[in-house]
Design a protein around this ligand. Structure first.
Ligand code: ADP
Length: 268
């Protein structure tokens, strides 16, 4: 009887302490939710005036101005670039805040990943050509998958944009899309390989953190905010995949994404 009472008492103590720690967490959780909501609301509110500002600048048709207005033209182009940068930043903050508060949803549907890779590489080739970087693509003729197409495009754009940004003229960037068959369902592999500046080993674990940038002065000139890889990681995790990086300073980097196979059974 004594043993029974002791066990009952112990169970009661455990239950009470759990309840108390849960109660103690409530204000912390509420404060965190309020902060997330604030970031989401602020980003949302900022987007409207910024978009109005951008369309006002665009109505000035800066590019059509005669060259004797060159100072004014340069100033206006600078304002336009910064406004576009702020629109991207607020968009990214909104996206991360929505994800944190569990408001993000995946819109999975069937599409041809090989075709999407061709289209995305094609769009990015303008950026690569402007920097005299060779952009290559290796993909099968067709690869039907069931994923969120918009998010996969966003993921590819982030990785390709970075690869181009952190590679000097004369270098190369390669996007590989593949399906690897395996006995218990295959996997999709997306790989972006560059011959750029590379990342020191001690920094590799931090580059996926929000607002983390390696060389602040260099990165600032490149125009990002240190949110690209944080978003890429979220997208991959939402799709239940993994993202890994291998890199050597001065030699280049490889970002490799692996996702579980979502192919039609007939194509496995
Ligand atoms: P951003 O590029 O806007 O700074 P990211 O989150 O996309 O932010 O990347 C974080 C940091 O990781 C970058 O500032 C850069 O230093 C480093 N990085 C990302 N991709 C590469 C790459 N392909 N080569 C070298 N460094 C990279």
């Amino acid at each position: 009887v004594l043993l029974g009472v002791a066990l009952l008492f112990q169970a009661l103590v455990v239950w009470l302490s759990r309840l108390m720690s849960q109660q103690a967490m409530i204000p912390i959780r509420q404060a965190y939710m309020r902060q997330q909501q604030f970031v989401a609301d602020a980003s949302h509110e900022l987007r409207t005036p910024l978009s109005v500002l951008l369309s006002s600048i665009e109505t000035l048709h800066i590019e059509d101005r005669p060259t004797n207005d060159s100072f004014e033209k340069r100033v206006l182009e600078g304002i336009k670039d910064e406004v576009q940068r702020m629109i991207r930043l607020t968009g990214n903050l909104l996206l991360l805040a929505r994800r944190d508060s569990g408001q993000a949803v995946l819109h999975n549907a069937w599409f041809d990943l090989a075709d999407i890779a061709v289209q995305t590489a094609d769009k990015m080739s303008v950026l690569a050509e402007a920097k005299q970087i060779k952009l290559e693509l290796e993909a099968p003729d067709e690869l039907r998958v069931c994923l969120d197409q918009e998010k996969i495009v966003q993921l590819l754009v982030i990785l390709l944009e970075n690869a181009i940004k952190y590679t000097a003229a004369g270098g190369s960037v390669k996007l590989t899309v593949a399906h690897k068959a395996a006995p218990l369902g295959g996997k999709l592999v997306l790989e972006v390989r560059d011959t750029g500046v590379g990342i020191p080993e001690e920094e590799l674990s931090r580059i996926f953190d929000r607002f983390y940038r390696l060389d602040k002065s260099r990165s600032r000139q490149m125009g990002g905010h240190g949110l690209g890889l944080a978003i890429a990681k979220h997208i991959v995790e939402e799709c239940r995949g993994t993202i890994r990086v291998e890199s050597r300073p001065g030699e280049g980097s490889v970002f490799r994404v692996e996702m579980t196979d979502m192919l039609p059974p007939s194509e496995r």
